[in-house]
Design a protein. Sequence first.
Length: 318
Amino acid sequence: MSKTVQCFEEFALIYANQNVRNLRPNFYLLNLTNLTWVPLNLMLSHHFPNGKISLQKCGEEMVYLHGDCNLTNCVERTHLYQIDVEPLTDMVHQKRRSKSLNALNFSADFSVADQSRRLSTATSQLKLAKDMGYQEDVILAALPTLQKDKEGMYLPFDSTNAMLDVLNYTASRGNGVPSADSLETTLNGHSPPKTDRSAPKVVPRSSSFHGSGNSSPRSEELARLLRTFERERLRDREASDSHMARLKARIHDLERINDQQQLTEREVRERLLEQQRRNETLNSELKKSEGEREQLSQTVIELQALTDRLVSLILHNF
């Protein structure tokens, strides 16, 4: 299952498809105001895109859907659809649910760049908090302050500022793990009403989100930002130091390998020079041996001639 998301000011469009041929994809609208999902009946003038999906918006009134065709025998192979989202904007404003959306096949050869944005969920917010340097025990202590849906799943914080308020308060408590009631008391400025322990606890939005500075002084906001920036700086420095250490180790390995190669090349050159000297010596000895052989041959010839004369003289005397 792959999802392609395109966000607008008040809602987000999600095109979800599986890489299976002849399987109809799903098209959803997520109302960012109340986080409600609305399934949409996407009626296209041609086949459904089912591979290499791209959902790009053009302004606030138009999106383009592009991707490979879901049928292998399609002549066009790719499709581009122009989708008018103005009816969806009106639906969100009027709080109506419209399950019909039309699109027109615009071009088969036109391609647009892929774009995918993640929705803000409780999981992504907690991952962001971990990336910002918060300890796991602090994050786990802040979980009970989140509201749950009907299925028992945690709903996300109202904003990143609200999440930072809760995490900073939890971290400031030190070894003590605050409860959801104590967190609400600190953030609201008054004790929460007594309710059933199974009822979900709600953390109000941060004052920095609404712009009112009564419950959260500006100095406290600045201190929180400074702490956040300091965590970011320390994390970036640690990542940079780790990266530099890996680079230095890699450079050391490359230098060692280079030295070894140079040593091997030097040994090979020395062996070649030694072989050349041996060849020259052998050639010199060979030439010397050939000269001596010629001299011996000449001596043999002279001795043979002398022997023949002596034999002739002896025979003549007798």
